[in-house]
Write a protein that binds this ligand. Structure first.
Ligand code: DLZ
Length: 163
């Protein structure tokens, strides 16, 4: 089931291994739901395409990207998964809110992965406007949800290879 992803520029030379041995969680923020829904669809479909069983994929939503960290923490504290994929979209506004949320969620996802020693994948778009987000949620720059899922498989596989 190992296949080469050709449509994703960042992964064009990377062979993605089979996802069939692994369990995943996808935590999706509901802010900018049209964008995050597309990221979720890309991530879920990539996992299944790579052989993950649908019953081995836990899907939950959280209100906004800021809550992705606690959502991932709740999953890792209660469920046995090999990777957790965090999906969100933060669009720059007129206030410094953008910087606070982006910084908090980047640090939070890093820390939660290290806390449980389970890969926690940063699939959060941080864009200046809606157009840039759409371009990365199935538009001309691909689907970053797919890339986050591919990263989750690669990291789960790396973890297993080291055990
Ligand atoms: C408050 C807020 C704002 C202004 N913008 C976004 C955004 O662009 N993307 C996003 O995912 N969430 C946003 N939020 C909500 C915060 O992530 C969070 O849900 C609230 O501050 C409550 O903690």
């Amino acid at each position: 089931m190992a296949t080469q992803l050709k449509s994703l520029s960042d992964f064009s030379h990377t062979t993605i291994p089979s996802a069939s041995p692994y369990r995943f969680a996808i935590v999706t923020a509901q802010w900018n739901a049209d964008i995050t829904g597309a990221l979720y669809q890309g991530a879920y479909e990539l996992l299944v395409k790579q052989g993950a069983s649908p019953e081995n994929i836990i899907s939950v939503t959280v209100p906004g990207s800021f809550e992705l960290t606690s959502g991932a923490d709740m999953i890792l504290n209660n469920k046995k998964v090999d990777a957790v994929i965090c999906l969100g979209c933060v669009i720059k506004g007129d206030t410094p809110h953008f910087e606070y949320i982006c910084s908090a969620v980047a640090h939070g996802i890093t820390n939660v992965g290290l806390k449980y020693n389970i890969p926690a994948i940063f699939g959060v778009l941080t864009t200046n406007n809606q157009e840039q987000a759409l371009e990365r949620a199935g538009g001309k720059h691909g689907n970053k949800g797919e890339e986050a899922a591919a990263t989750a498989i690669l990291m789960a596989d790396l973890q297993r290879s080291l055990c």
